[in-house]
Ligand binder design. Structure first.
Ligand code: ZN
Length: 378
């Protein structure tokens, strides 16, 4: 049964009896008699959603606990989801380990954890370590393994939570073998650089252009946002297969819509001066999980070329600093999608099933699991 958000929001104003992340457990007497019926009742099931966070689960719980007959097991289930919702893959492992270390784990909690982990498997396949992730050109939303949300309304909906960031992550920006290149958004004079400006952060760079000049997507990807948004004016945000997002602001006209699949170099809009802008220019941002990256550390705006194919991301204050990295020795990792099989993957990356099997220590008949990481090459 899917709970309507309208009902949840409608009931939001009622006083909540659920506080913090405490897991509601049923009294012993109730559990003995009613748990089997309630917990395994299909109607009491609610599947976690990748785009739900602590706030959404809290709303749902708040709307349930004021009902005349509180659906206790469902509240338990949602409380577990809420506890797990803001954890990254590494933190989740720790939480789940600690749950299984408990002497008597309440069965409803175990059920909820299992449902959560099974349902969210794809979203939780967050990479760690010294890996470059190869561009994936078939996923509906690129780089799903880096992002929980696909938000078409807000340019930067992510919480800038750098403490969760794995500083050893490497990204492969362009991959000539996969025909994923770089294209300059606009070849013009940089009039304002990235960094502290007039008492606030300038999270991108400004490139001078004339109204109606075409603005191009830097990399291949899928358009996430194309709308008028506050000071950005007409703004386009593209999610790329390399894990980055790029933003193009102050446009005069849109040439794409959210969901459009685009190649590097495709025109996303025509330059202008919409929003908070004095004079026509392109405001161009590069972000990873919402955290701004200095564009000139990736791109040489004088020669209009990408500086390096592989970058290592490192925390640096509120920003992510990037260090050029050598492509040799970097393991290319592919995240298995639904419907994949070894031959298909081998063909896609111009390698052989035998090579993949050797690199991953698996048999050619091994069955693949969605979200599984396969080393494709080094
Ligand atoms: Zn700007």
């Amino acid at each position: 049964m899917r709970f309507s958000f309208t009902i949840s929001v409608f009931l939001l104003s009622f006083l909540s009896i659920s506080k913090g992340y405490a897991i509601h457990t049923e009294p012993e007497s109730v559990r003995d008699t009613a748990t089997a019926v309630v917990v395994y009742n299909a109607d009491a099931r609610f599947l976690p959603q990748a785009n739900y966070g602590v706030k959404e689960y809290t709303r749902m719980i708040d709307s349930l606990v004021v009902l005349d007959t509180v659906p206790v097991s469902l509240v338990n289930q949602l409380s577990v989801y809420r506890m797990l919702a803001d954890k990254n893959a590494g933190e989740l492992e720790l939480v789940i380990d600690s749950i299984f270390d408990m002497e008597n784990v309440p069965q409803p909690v175990l059920n909820a954890v299992n449902i959560y982990m099974t349902t969210m498997e794809d979203a939780l396949a967050q990479p760690t370590g010294l890996y470059a992730y190869v561009p994936e050109s078939t996923a509906p939303h690129p780089s799903d393994y880096f992002y929980k949300d696909w938000n078409t309304e807000v340019p930067n909906p992510y919480r800038n939570n750098l403490s969760k960031f794995d500083s050893t992550l490497k990204l492969m920006l362009v991959d000539s073998a996969q025909n994923c290149g770089y294209y300059p958004p606009f070849e013009g004079v940089v009039t304002s650089h990235f960094g502290w400006r007039y008492g606030r952060n300038h999270n991108g760079i400004d490139i001078d252009l004339e109204v109606w000049d075409p603005v191009h997507s830097a990399f291949a990807g899928v358009v996430r946002v194309a709308k008028y948004y506050q000071g950005f004016g007409r703004v386009v945000v593209v999610r790329h297969y390399n894990g980055l997002e790029t933003l193009y602001a102050h446009l005069h006209r849109f040439k794409v819509r959210p969901g459009d699949i685009i190649e590097a170099g495709d025109v996303v809009g025509l330059g202008g001066s919409s929003g908070h802008s004095t004079g026509s220019h392109l405001h161009f941002e590069v972000r990873f999980q919402g955290v701004p990256i200095k564009p000139s550390s990736l791109i040489d705006f004088k020669s209009n070329k990408i500086r390096t194919n592989v970058v290592a991301l490192q925390k640096s204050g509120a920003f992510l600093a990037v260090a050029a990295d050598n492509e040799t020795g970097v393991k290319k990792v592919y995240v298995v999608k639904q419907g994949d099989y070894l031959y298909k993957i081998a063909e896609k990356f111009g390698t052989s099933v035998d090579k993949i099997c050797t690199l991953n220590n698996i048999q050619s008949k091994s069955s693949l699991v969605t979200g599984q990481k396969l080393i494709i090459g080094t």
